[in-house]
Design a protein around this ligand. Sequence first.
Ligand code: UGA
Length: 405
Amino acid sequence: MGHKVTGLDLDERKVNSLQSGKLHFYEPGLNDLLLKHLNLENITFTTDTQKAIKENDVIFLCVGTPQSPNGSADLQYVKNAASSIGSFMNQYKVVVNKSTVPVGTAELVSNIIKENQPSEVPFDVVSNPEFLREGSALKDALHPDRVVIGSTSKKATLIMKELYKEVTCPIIETNPKSAELIKYAANSFLALKISFMNELARLCDELEININDVSKGIGLDHRIGPHFLQAGIGYGGSCFPKDVQALLHTSRKNGINLSILERASEVNRTQATYFMEKLTNTVGDLNGKTIAVLGLAFKANTDDTRESPSLTVVDYLAKHNCNVKVHDPVVRLQSSAYIQYSTIEETVADADAIIICTDWDEYRNIQWHKLKDLMKQPLLFDGRNLINRDDIIGLGYHYISIANF
Ligand code: UGA
């Protein structure tokens, strides 16, 4: 969109890799876009903090806000970035919080910048949360449902609106605190939808009701909406688990019990184990059994395994002395808990059971009739309800799912 962008990071390896056109993580379509803008000289990457701050009018804070042991968001990277901005800013800047940060962080950033300024230079801090998903980051970022601008300055708001002028979606103008809460409320509400379906699926399992039909049946009601109603082995990733805990922490600190979210978090904590209990109930003693796990990523189209329910499954199997064989189309992760194979055939060879943990399309399209004879017994646990129940049973598999009847 014609802007000149500088990507600043302290990690030299990441910066060098990006500058040479190589993305250091998997995100469909992003590497091509990176190469395009490097060629057009629209973007450069640097570790030179001072230069990056001095040369740019708008500074986006996109640093991590990991979970602290008490559940709150760890703001050390936000604080470090704010103090660098204060130290080096030479003229008016708009400082934009893109990171997911708790209510009150815009004010905190503003105070840190002021404290670190050698002499007074004007600036504004704006909260502009990001709503993109890993795996569909490009589409989400370029075609968002909405842009939220939390600002107390007319000048900064105008600059932000100019930046987003080619994005055709509603723009919500609000104050920084509301913008900060909108981000946590959005992620928490989506997590809540998933946990509701996962808990309802436990009831559906008892009643032999297809949770996918229930999901369709309620999702067509436009007040509910069709998205994030897919039951499975729980939500993972670097956002939902952490952001739910951070919002719960903020609520407790303010004397409010967000009990509905506490319960959603608890359902998620137990969902993978709930599924593993079905394995124990079917297979009996797991000791020495060979189990094939399909998928390590926390969802399809990413190589991210942070808080992945697959790892909970692997951990459960390893604790029960299983011989764990894993496969993932893109994740390469070393662990003493399992052996990873590069083909699905090798992974399922001699397996007592297969467990699907990630919703990769590759697993949807498996030629199951070819795998059956490779296994010790045709036992399939579908943790993502990817497979058509009638087809797979027709092939002679014993099929267990999350209420996919
Ligand atoms: C999430 C939000 O969807 C984004 O809007 C937000 O910007 C992002 O967090 C963030 O805060 O940075 P992300 O974690 O990349 O995005 O992935 P999601 O697509 O939301 O999936 C999260 C987890 O929920 C995955 O484990 C996925 O398998 C699970 N999920 C999702 C379900 O179990 N059922 C569903 O119906 C949908």
